[in-house]
Design a protein around this ligand. Structure first.
Ligand SMILES: *Cc1c(COP(=O)(O)O)cnc(C)c1O
Length: 429
């Protein structure tokens, strides 16, 4: 597999390099030089999730990794299903929250962890990341128990939900969590500081495992095929997919699935009040505003970092921006209303998914099959959902299990020297 840097096209890397480096020069994102195309989609869709996903990813990765190796990575990563549920005539929810941290980020996080282990030179790696909640959990669970890889996660003490904290700060082994007496931005600054320290970076094999890594997107392509595979041929050939978007990784993966041959009529970019993209699709002007806090906080992003990949893909495929539908914005009150609407249809959903549902219902034509992505388990946003529905929803098993365990986090002040010391200690252990 060859990839190029979107900003500096002469920088070309292999899959392994792209996974290890994350970003290219000048903060440029990597993009595949060639996309395979599957001609017999029906045959591909007839296969089971894991073998089909291995086939798709192997076609992308090419001869850099043997097909059996790719199968093994996929099999280790995708140990939970991605079912569709019919919520009404012609409308399906794609449930991406059956993994260990109950959000779609488990697919990308776990495949990335597997890929990184597969392409590393055997030296020790230290994953360092700052989290305001969800990403940290997905990364921690994805790398848990892996040999030669340590994970250090910083988070702002007292500023993430107690349940979120329990989910990733109770693991132990190679997962080290630190509650920093500061806010999220300070945690991010500490991480940047570490990456700027060339000696430290080298000594501990620092890697960020962040969300722009191409391996994550590649994994996410697979569940779009899995959704279509669960529909009848007639249904999937008139398919419109609504994606609740923040950094636009999920939508990028959907568009890549289309480029590989999945018949999708169009996508809908649904956002909350952080509406940079819908405004852009309407006006042609890229004009980010300050980020605002909403009840769908995993989508509180005003400068989506995957957008350049979407533009690049549309360019190389010759697609107009209408492939992205009109885009649409859903405010908190409307998202809540749609949570109630879905509940009346007998489907429990949290606000990220309900935003996608709402826009789908606004834009879908009667003869089209609609699919909306449910990116998190409703219990992950229990406070919001209970508040909207007046309910007391149950914690699913993985959350309940961690909720009962002891926190193992270290605690320190916003002090780089402390972090440096910890990284070296962890590496030497
Ligand atoms: C990360 C996240 C999103 C946004 O996905 P992007 O790929 O960043 O657009 C939506 N919903 C949930 C629950 C998330 O965790």
């Amino acid at each position: 597999m060859k990839l190029y840097n979107i900003k500096e096209n002469d920088e070309q890397v292999s899959f392994g390099q792209a996974v290890r480096q994350g970003l290219g020069r000048n903060q440029g994102l990597f993009f595949p030089s060639e996309l395979p195309k599957f001609d017999d989609i029906d045959a591909l869709l007839a296969e089971d999730f894991v073998p089909r996903s291995a086939k798709i990813l192997s076609a992308l990765i090419g001869d850099e990794l043997p097909a059996e190796k790719v199968y093994e990575l996929v099999n280790n990563a995708f140990q939970f299903p991605a079912p569709i549920k019919q919520v009404k005539d012609g409308v399906y929810a794609l449930e991406l929250f059956h993994g260990p941290t109950l959000a779609f980020k488990d697919f990308g996080g776990r495949f990335m962890a597997q890929s990184l282990a597969a392409v590393s030179d055997g030296g020790k790696i230290t994953i360092l990341t700052a989290t305001s909640g969800d990403t940290g959990a997905a990364v921690a669970h994805a790398f848990y128990g892996m040999e030669n890889i340590n994970v250090v996660i910083l988070y702002p003490k007292g500023k993430i939900s107690p349940l979120q904290e329990k989910l990733f700060c109770t693991l132990g082994k190679n997962i080290h969590t630190v509650a920093v007496n500061a806010d999220f931005d300070a945690c991010q600054t500490l991480v940047k500081h570490a990456f700027d320290d060339a000696e430290l970076r080298e000594q501990v094999g620092l890697n960020s495992a962040n969300s722009i890594n191409i391996s994550r997107l590649m994994a996410q392509i697979c569940y779009y095929f899995e959704a279509a595979a669960q529909m009848s041929k007639a249904e999937r050939e008139n398919l419109v997919i609504s994606v609740p978007s923040g950094n636009f990784g999920n939508l990028t993966a959907g568009l890549l699935a289309k480029a590989l041959g999945l018949p999708v009529k169009r996508f809908i970019a649904a956002t909350n009040a952080n509406d940079t993209v819908p405004r852009y699709l309407q006006t042609g002007k890229w004009d980010p505003k300050p980020t605002v806090a909403t009840t769908s906080n995993a989508m509180d992003v005003s400068q989506p970092n995957n957008w350049p990949r979407i533009e690049e893909l549309c360019k190389v495929q010759g697609w107009g921006l209408e492939t992205l539908g009109k885009g649409a914005v859903v405010e908190d009150a409307q998202a809540a209303e749609s949570v109630r609407d879905l509940n009346e249809l007998g489907y429990l959903c949290e606000p990220h998914g309900s935003i996608a549902y709402r826009v789908l219902e606004e834009q879908r034509q009667a003869d089209e099959t609609g699919l909306f992505l449910c990116t998190a388990h409703p219990a992950k946003f229990k406070e919001v959902v209970d508040d909207i529905l007046g309910s007391d929803i149950e914690l699913p098993a993985p959350l309940a299990k961690h909720a009962a365990m002891d926190l193992l986090s270290l605690n320190f002040d916003n002090d780089f020297a402390k972090l440096r010391e910890l990284l070296i200690k962890v590496q030497q252990a």
